[in-house]
Ligand binder design. Structure first.
Ligand code: 5GP
Length: 129
């Protein structure tokens, strides 16, 4: 069920529990600002989620309230994860869903990193490039 990206942060959301190690995940990276782990239901050969450690609901919330240091740390973490996975040359796609039209379901900001094959058109139903 897509969330309202303006709702208050719920510290019982699934990614908050992953951050606190209350539920398992296949972590591939962590630093002071972010962690990254494999999506439980991958839609590409490589499908990694990168999330900030801070309690932010959505891209809207993060871009409005996070400090410059947190924003820089998170953006650098996304790049580091992609480089460490060897994805720069074949290429990859980043996606952050926000709110009902974006289809965001987990109310903790996350960036999807998709890779491992040509990823086709940007949106479902769009003509192939
Ligand atoms: P959204 O639709 O919010 O942008 O994406 C949420 C993503 O989180 C989905 O791709 C979904 O498969 C993934 N996900 C949901 N629950 C879990 C979980 O418990 N563990 C992991 N690793 N991924 C999850």
């Amino acid at each position: 069920m897509p969330i309202d990206a303006t709702e208050p942060y719920d510290d019982q959301n699934i990614f908050a529990k992953i951050l606190r190690d209350e539920i398992p995940s296949r972590r591939v990276y962590e630093d002071a600002y972010a962690i990254a782990f494999h999506d439980i239901a991958p839609v590409a050969p490589t499908h990694i989620l990168v999330i900030p450690r801070g309690a932010y609901v959505s891209w809207d919330d993060f871009s409005a309230r996070a400090s410059d240091v947190e924003i820089a740390g998170f953006v650098r973490a996304v790049g580091t994860v992609a480089r460490a996975a060897g994805l720069v040359v074949p290429g990859y796609r980043l996606l952050a869903n926000a709110g009902p039209h974006g289809g965001q379901e987990v109310p903790h900001l996350h960036v999807h990193l998709f890779a491992g094959q040509p990823l086709g058109p940007m949106l479902a139903g769009a003509p192939a490039a």
